[in-house]
Design a protein around this ligand. Structure first.
Ligand code: HEC
Ligand code: HEC
Ligand code: HEC
Ligand code: HEC
Ligand code: HEC
Ligand code: HEC
Ligand code: HEC
Ligand code: HEC
Ligand code: HEC
Ligand code: HEC
Ligand code: HEC
Ligand code: HEC
Ligand code: HEC
Length: 449
């Protein structure tokens, strides 16, 4: 490798030049002879060369100079020792670059000078060409290239000689990255929620430092990357009957999650409702049956359903995937008619009284009763035409009390109006379903008459 990549040949010195240098007159110096005059002409000269102090490195071992097919000069020291005469010796740090270890300083440096750039190097600022003499260039040529690597500023991160950090880094891995990406350093200190992966693993567990196949220098597609560590979520979602399309589109996981740190629980990018409404606050899903615009649905409503009032969507919906309709966290029938059976309304009954629908008569489990007669039982538990909660209640918000559905539920093409009036001890409805009925908990209306 050494001779192959030797860069000393940078300056032209042909045998023709040497042979034509017949007389080595002592009055002349090495540089003023026709032979080595080119050594005086570097744009960037090595100090001892500029000072014509050739003998600090070369010593004459034969009187005759030049000699044909031989050498009358030898180097005063071998390998790096030649340089250490004047420069601090290297090789005491934990990681030593292989060519430095081997004393091959001149694999990178021209001992005399360079026309290309400073530091006696064969390149100017872009070091790539020099480094890929020995390193595989593949690492630098993926689709997305990191700014400093693209410009060959290798030494912004690496020490070319030796270092106390792995991979010849100038600093620890984290400080290497946050040295330039100060906003990440700030966020890591000032945010209440920090991703453990960023706190505990290195930046390069997700990013490539030089170039990468995926956007943002990610090692792979963001979803596979996240799933590598969060495989449980991947497996659950794959098995789920309803999968949230947001996981598979555009920004995928990062549509909702920040990746390094966040102000919001669950490492969310914004507050939960703001995140959900960023997509579900629009009408523009170009579908024949678009989903409701939830922002519109809840805007300015007098009564928000408890969890929504508390800023949640995920109390009811599983943002990733679920086995239940509309990503709900429990069983809830899809259809308008759905007689109660054990388990079928678990979603609502997880938070509300689990006996709501069980008994034809009650004086405690619901306010929706005529005397003791449980009107929830009548409407929902009716074996032939049990109605789901959506017949009367809004899931998210309503102007009417008790989340009663003012505009009414969809019954085929028709929205059944509810016309609910609440009183101190009961209420009345004049829905599209039947004539006006009243109920009273204390003085039950007698429908036997
Ligand atoms: C800092 C040390 C150093 C100084 C100072 C130095 N050289 Fe060299 N020189 C070298 C080394 C190292 C080589 C390469 C030897 C090799 O390739 O094995 C070299 C090689 C050469 C060669 C042979 C070129 C070749 O391609 O093999 C000549 C001629 C030469 N130097 C002339 C000079 C002259 C003239 C001066 C003074 C103006 C000078 N050197 C000063 C280190 C030095
Ligand atoms: C006789 C003393 C001497 C020897 C031997 C010597 N150097 Fe130097 N070198 C110097 C001096 C003096 C400077 C200028 C230092 C400065 O400007 O601070 C220098 C500067 C350099 C620089 C920086 C050049 C720049 O543009 O800033 C490099 C790189 C370097 N030497 C490499 C080497 C290598 C490689 C060897 C061995 C092949 C070597 N030196 C041997 C004296 C020497
Ligand atoms: C893999 C290539 C490579 C090898 C091998 C190498 N250097 Fe360097 N060296 C560099 C680069 C690149 C710089 C410029 C550093 C910068 O940009 O800060 C440099 C800078 C220097 C400098 C000047 C700046 C400083 O750090 O003091 C000296 C002196 C030097 N090298 C000496 C040596 C000596 C002596 C050896 C052999 C023991 C050696 N180098 C081997 C690449 C190399
Ligand atoms: C003369 C050949 C040569 C040149 C030129 C060279 N390297 Fe290396 N480098 C090696 C060898 C050999 C190794 C050790 C084997 C390996 O990991 O590939 C190495 C290893 C490394 C390592 C890994 C160190 C570790 O501890 O694993 C880094 C980082 C590195 N080189 C950076 C650079 C940079 C930056 C440049 C250009 C300034 C450069 N190299 C130029 C030969 C070279
Ligand atoms: C932004 C900082 C940065 C820049 C710029 C950079 N590197 Fe690296 N490099 C790293 C980090 C960090 C690693 C360690 C990666 C790891 O361990 O996963 C590394 C590793 C390496 C390795 C070792 C690879 C291995 O698998 O062991 C080589 C070689 C290397 N870099 C060469 C270069 C070269 C050549 C350049 C310039 C073209 C360069 N680097 C620019 C940060 C950087
Ligand atoms: C020398 C300064 C510097 C260092 C050190 C540095 N970066 Fe960068 N990084 C940049 C610059 C400049 C950009 C481009 C910024 C822009 O386009 O806004 C960038 C962009 C990025 C990007 C976004 C890429 C994209 O395609 O949008 C990521 C991710 C990144 N860096 C990660 C890292 C990691 C990880 C490290 C540590 C291994 C690191 N950076 C170290 C300067 C640096
Ligand atoms: C768990 C994986 C992971 C880790 C660990 C990680 N990142 Fe990222 N990083 C990402 C993802 C994913 C993105 C893209 C996020 C996005 O687009 O919202 C990203 C984006 C970036 C960006 C570009 C930001 C922008 O707005 O363009 C920078 C810079 C960055 N990361 C730096 C770092 C630094 C520095 C570290 C280490 C302190 C680090 N990352 C650790 C996953 C990670
Ligand atoms: C290197 C492994 C790793 C990768 C890759 C990874 N994570 Fe994590 N993530 C973790 C660990 C460890 C935790 C902490 C888990 C715990 O405490 O149970 C975590 C926690 C989380 C949390 C919960 C945070 C909280 O405070 O509630 C979210 C959300 C998260 N990760 C999202 C992501 C996303 C999105 C990606 C892809 C950009 C990702 N993770 C990639 C390891 C990883
Ligand atoms: C539509 C928005 C959204 C998308 C897309 C999304 N998440 Fe989440 N994620 C959430 C919400 C909301 C939570 C619950 C936060 C809470 O409970 O505080 C959460 C919680 C998490 C948690 C911590 C709790 C748990 O369930 O383990 C992890 C880890 C997580 N998500 C990873 C991911 C990964 C990986 C992806 C991509 C495959 C992803 N998320 C995509 C919204 C989303
Ligand atoms: C990046 C955009 C985006 C974000 C953010 C988002 N969603 Fe969605 N969501 C969608 C898309 C796209 C669909 C499918 C729309 C369709 O089928 O018409 C969907 C569907 C749904 C459905 C119906 C699922 C079904 O198949 O019946 C629910 C419920 C839902 N999202 C709730 C939420 C909740 C809760 C949040 C916040 C945690 C959220 N979404 C955040 C894009 C998003
Ligand atoms: C108290 C529980 C609950 C909360 C909290 C909740 N939802 Fe829902 N959501 C439901 C129920 C129940 C349905 C199903 C309604 C139906 O099918 O009749 C639903 C349906 C949906 C749908 C489908 C709408 C359609 O067109 O059928 C979307 C989208 C949705 N919710 C988004 C959200 C968003 C966004 C939030 C937070 C702002 C949220 N939900 C909070 C219970 C809730
Ligand atoms: C995650 C828990 C949760 C789920 C699931 C849930 N609710 Fe609620 N619900 C609440 C909370 C909390 C309140 C507010 C209670 C309060 O203000 O005292 C509430 C209030 C109500 C009210 C109004 C009661 C009042 O006194 O104003 C009705 C009606 C209601 N929910 C119906 C339903 C229906 C129908 C379902 C199923 C589709 C359901 N809820 C699912 C938590 C939930
Ligand atoms: C026929 C219309 C109708 C149906 C169907 C209906 N409800 Fe109600 N619900 C009401 C009325 C009216 C009230 C208000 C009672 C009052 O306060 O006078 C109410 C009140 C409630 C309340 C407040 C606490 C209570 O029981 O008084 C909850 C919780 C509730 N309903 C849940 C449900 C659930 C869950 C379903 C579906 C399984 C459902 N409702 C189906 C009409 C209905």
């Amino acid at each position: 490798m050494r001779s192959k990549y030797r860069l000393i040949g940078m300056f032209a010195l042909s045998w023709f030049a040497i042979l034509s240098c017949f007389s080595f007159a002592s009055a002349e110096t090495c540089l003023t002879t026709d032979c080595h005059a080119d050594l005086a002409q570097f744009k960037y000269s090595h100090s001892p060369v500029a000072e014509e102090d050739c003998s600090s490195c070369h010593e004459q071992v034969q009187e005759q100079h030049p000699v044909e097919k031989g050498s009358s000069f030898e180097l005063v020291e071998t390998g790096a020792k030649l340089c250490y005469q004047c420069h601090d010796a290297m090789g005491r740090k934990l990681t030593i670059h292989s060519p430095v270890q081997d004393g091959d300083c001149i694999d990178c440096h021209n001992p005399h000078g360079s026309d290309a750039g400073p530091f006696l190097l064969p390149v100017e600022h872009d070091l790539t060409e020099l480094c890929v003499n020995c390193h595989d260039s593949d690492a630098f040529t993926h689709d997305v290239v990191h700014g400093p690597a693209a410009s060959g500023a290798c030494t912004q991160c690496h020490n070319p000689h030796e270092s106390n950090f792995p991979k010849l880094l100038n600093k620890s891995m984290e400080k290497t990255c946050t040295g330039c990406h100060v906003e990440i350093a700030d966020g890591m200190v000032n945010s209440p929620v920090i991703h453990k992966a960023v706190e505990e693993a290195s930046c390069t567990s997700c990013h490539n430092p030089h170039s990468a196949p995926a956007a943002k220098l990610l090692q792979k597609d963001i979803q596979s990357l996240c799933m590598d560590c969060h495989g449980d979520i991947g497996r659950k979602v794959k098995k789920a009957k309803v999968q949230h399309p947001a996981l598979y589109r555009d920004e995928k996981c990062s549509a909702c999650h920040a990746t390094h740190f966040s102000t919001f629980p669950g490492l969310l990018k914004q507050s939960e409702q703001d995140i959900c409404l960023s997509c579900h606050g629009k009408d523009d899903y170009k579908k024949s049956k678009p989903l409701k615009n939830i922002a519109k649905e809840i805007k300015d409503k007098k009564n928000l359903h408890g969890p929504l009032r508390d800023g949640e969507c995920s109390g009811c919906h599983n943002a990733h995937g679920s086995d239940h309709t509309r990503l709900l966290r429990g069983a809830y029938p899809k259809s308008f008619y759905a007689p109660y059976s054990k388990g079928s309304y678990d979603f609502c009954l997880e938070c509300h009284d689990k006996n709501l629908l069980r008994f034809p008569e009650t004086s405690i489990y619901t306010e929706f009763r005529n005397g003791k007669q449980n009107l929830h039982y009548i409407h929902v538990s009716n074996k032939y035409k049990g109605r789901s909660c959506r017949a009367c209640h809004e899931p998210h918000a309503a102007d009417m009390e008790k989340l009663i559905n003012e505009e009414g539920a969809n019954f085929g093409d028709w929205k059944i109006p509810t016309r609910f009036i609440k009183t101190e001890t009961g209420g009345s409805c004049s829905p599209g379903c039947h004539q006006t009925y009243e109920y009273d908990r204390e003085e039950p209306v007698d429908y036997e008459r």
